[in-house]
Design a protein around this ligand. Sequence first.
Ligand SMILES: [Fe+2]
Length: 139
Amino acid sequence: MTVQWSDDLAIGIGIIDDQHKKLVERIASFSRAVESGDRNRMEDTVNYLIGYAIQHFGAEELIMIRNCYDQFREHRDEHSWFIKEVFDLHRRFAEGEEMTRESAEALRDMLVNWTLDHISVKDKRIAETLNSFGGPLRK
Ligand SMILES: [Fe+2]
């Protein structure tokens, strides 16, 4: 399983769509690393993903706060859940834990599914809500 950017994932806020393309690319890199079975590549791509996920979620949360988004708390909880999952994954690599192919594939599927669902449902709702206000978006 992998993930690839498609315009179906666009939510209609340019700054967020651009970041989502990069996030999706980093998850795809992790997917390729899992396919390759190369543990060092998996560890590297997880680190690469963590850095960008934190940066992107922060930017998205700032937009929600500045625009008084009504579901900020629930949305932020979803981001926190994802970061905790990636943190655990990083820790397992850092501590040298053996990881079977099945286990790596299950983690990859979880990250891919979460990302696709989160962008196409939760992030789309941000854009729909904020665009319905009609005023300029506070970034
Ligand atoms: Fe989000």
